[in-house]
Design a binder for this molecule. Sequence first.
Ligand code: KG4
Ligand code: ZN
Length: 351
Amino acid sequence: MLVLGIETSCDETGVAVYDSRRGLLAHALHSQAALHDQYGGVVPELASRDHIRRVLPLVRSVLHRSGVRESELDAVAFTQGPGLAGALLVGASFANSFAFGLGIPAIGVHHLEGHLLSPLLEGDPPRFPFVALLVSGGHTQLMRVGGVGDYAMLGETLDDAAGEAFDKTAKLLGLGYPGGPALSRLAERGRRDRFALPRPMLDQLEKSGDLDFSFSGLKTAVVTLLRKQAPENNPETAERWRADVAAAFQEAVVDVLVAKSRAAIEHTGMDRLVVAGGVGANLRLRALLNDAAARDGFSVFYPALEFCTDNGAMIALAGAMRLQTKGPPEKSYRFAIHPRWDLADADSVER
Ligand code: KG4
Ligand code: ZN
């Protein structure tokens, strides 16, 4: 099964060709980070226009590098939601017209399904069922994954997503957009124990086993810290102060993510945890999850660092898995997009 994958849900144009026998054949990504940096966040209209410019050249280049001819493709998979409406429309209309031209099916993929299946791109993939920790810029969820399309929510964030909290705190510390990677680099040089920040929702875990998250209070705690203990004028001390705040913040987020993941493994009686989404690239999170796994006796699976953030490979893979498990969708080329879409309803909406 040869599937072309197209991801355009936010600020990255991702394209890939996946072969269900040989694995990933080629992929390419264009990040719009530089385009949006000056605005401090993604500008939806600029994102849509940039996807229009990039998608076709990227498809040509990926097909060329994969050695696959258009006529050999079995399907085109595209991100159908959730995401920015205009950005999703670019991918959906491109994928449907390309598939129509070739007479093959176009398969709508849920963006988060792509993320949580992304560790299956690796050499030693996890078997179903497993617990998935999805930590991206827009979502923070713990799910029980029984198979393709079989997703049960165990817990999710009540306010900011983990990646969003990283980005907002990075902004407070004067780092660019997206701030997650920059904040975690700064945190490497900081002391984790200089400032005590709250661990939101950990009490609830102890009391009632609640697996939900809340990160907006943590950002507020950083604002308060900034107000109360502004760094001195000395640039050297100021830099150390910022690194210590970054380290304290990262440690608080990671502690909560690790504690809830361990509890989800315990509650479900499973022994496999899959971590996916942009924050899954965080090395401190990986280190503490690996420690917990060794202690508690479960295995953790991650996508390669480059496939933690948005990419076309995970969409091509999810499309190929859908094709294999659910068969080809109707070739109607009537497409809908779903800017808001719960993963638990992945199979109950119009595709
Ligand atoms: O999965 P993703 O590419 O996009 C969404 O679907 O949202 O995730 C992007 C998020 C951003 O918030 C970014 O700051 C965060 O992932 N991120 C990180 C790291 N790398 C990316 N957060 C913490 N540490 C990192 N190393
Ligand atoms: Zn994503």
